[in-house]
Design a protein around this ligand. Sequence first.
Ligand code: NFS
Ligand code: SF4
Length: 661
Amino acid sequence: MDTSKRFKDSAGGANIKCEACRDVLCNCSTEVVTAFHRVERRSVEPCLFGKGGTCCRHCNMGPCQIIEGVDEMVGVCGADAPTVAARNFARTVAAGSATHIDHGRGIALAFLSAAKGENAYGIKDKVKLRQTAVRYGIDIADKDAKDLAIELGEKIIKEFGQQEGGISLMKRAPAPRQELWKLLNLWPRGIDREVVELMHRTHMGVDQEYQHLIHGAARCALTDGWGASMIATELSDIMFGTPVPIRTKINIGVLKKDEVNITVHGHEPVVAEALAMAANDPEIIAEAKRVGAKGINLAGVCCTGNEILMRRGLPIAGSFIQQETVLATGAVEAMVVDVQCVMQGLSNVAGRFHTELITTSDKAMISGATHIQFDEHHAIESAKTILRKAISKFTERGKYYIPLYQSDVVAGFSHETIDYMLGGRFRDSYKPLNDNIINGRIRGVAAIVGCDNFRVNDETHYELAKELIANDILVVATGCAASTIGRHGLLSPEAISLAGSGLREVLEAVGCPPVLHMGSCVDNSRILIALTEMVKTGGLGKDIPDLPAVGCAPQWMSEKAVAIGHYFVASGARVIFGPNFPTSGSKVVTDYLFNGMLEKYGAVWDVASTANDFANKMIDAINMKRAALGIDKKSERVLFDMAMRRDIGSIHGVGCQGPGH
Ligand code: NFS
Ligand code: SF4
């Protein structure tokens, strides 16, 4: 792997100059070391046992490295490869689910405070408030928004600690799926309970039957998708507004040379929303001007970026793999972080410049960073303290370099927006989508979600997205995959020209880009609802497994991605991961996940490596579903050619602002 090329890519394709050699930002004199360097420098290759999921360190008789089929290579306790691989997989699901559950809980607590008027957030989407209250069985008659929100908030918070009774939002799923979940004992009982139970079951000497572990992991993952993640999405929408299509920009060039650059990184939108509100305060703007800045430029990184991009149209400076590069420009006064996907390496990069790295959550501190505890009950005051810290750094900015690379995007495709755009103002509906899938203009729907990863070629996401849209497949995207696709130009309506003729016709009529940005990773819950609506609209089968739809995470990195993948599979959607799979050390478990799950759950996992490999598998999966529905027509697989590649080149925004003073 060529580090400098990857680093250039993460800088939006530009040569970020270093202050001494004015070449690609290396580490020669600035000693800016990023993950692009660290991944190259690591002298030890990833351990095959660890990578394949057959290293067990669940007790102090180990660690035990297990080789499937070799008698001497079972654990000291006798655990074999399927048990260990399934146990590790389940624990990954538990950890991933826990992050979304804690995120959902944080949002629910903030929502209840907002309802009681105890913080600066309000109730923006009253329609969704009422709809959600009904889903929780609340009688909405004669209740004002405040009372309703308090009742809803209290009810949702109880669901986290509940022991029995079931997760309410699962009832949004297609009826046959709900029946199946009941039949298979997959309906989560309480949100926290499922994670605690799975941690218990994966302790040494508890659950040791691989299919049973995968089943436990499925119930836990469903708690994430249809429970905590959906709660996070819905309550964030009610508080901060349900996204509608919005034009903005993505990539490192959104930093501004003459403004105080503040990047917000992490996941929960409460801090970023408060910063956005406070940054509009005339008093704060005046303070920024007093230090010689023209204003305050708030830009996102990772999923916090996706949250404020979707709802406020604020730009995204970078995805996961760009987080250090954004700081390596030397142009960022402060990076404000909360939780998840925040790399420790940021502290070193920030330390090379005037940049203040500010942690805000009592759950997450980083050595070398400044901690300013965010107090949600005094959100604006907390935000102002953070902004003032950043403003004070502006005059300390030294040499900097902001590449001009940025791409125009249209984001904000909540499930409600898709419903509205496709159905029109007076008949919100998925019917036009279903009709166009049935008549073959649209072959199917694909989701490209999840992380980007320093060990994977950065281009997989957009190469894959191009292939899919060229083959008349409507693509939806979330998380860092959406940012990556955005910086390569495919979230813009101009990219319609790259779509196959059938898809193009539909997109031109409704005015959507060929890839719909549906939000952050918790917003994968929007995809669950979109799939459900497609089923309920009719004509495409009775349950999610019948739909010509498939999902993938080509560069998965975090444990959250595994939890997400598993709730999609347990919901009946096929999921393809890449470039490797976390249970590959056990053929037995991997075969069960890739084939055996089909009979019970109606869907399976799969793995692919290159964009072409993914495209082939995804198109085949969609074609198979079309055939089963009896709506298949002969349509040729379009291969991406050089002319199409050149077309996309003209969509990228290119150039540079030149080196700083
Ligand atoms: Ni999802 Fe979003 Fe990005 Fe991966 Fe991390 S920020 S929650 S986990 S890296 S997509
Ligand atoms: Fe080894 Fe069994 Fe202990 Fe795991 S639980 S470390 S396999 S002895």
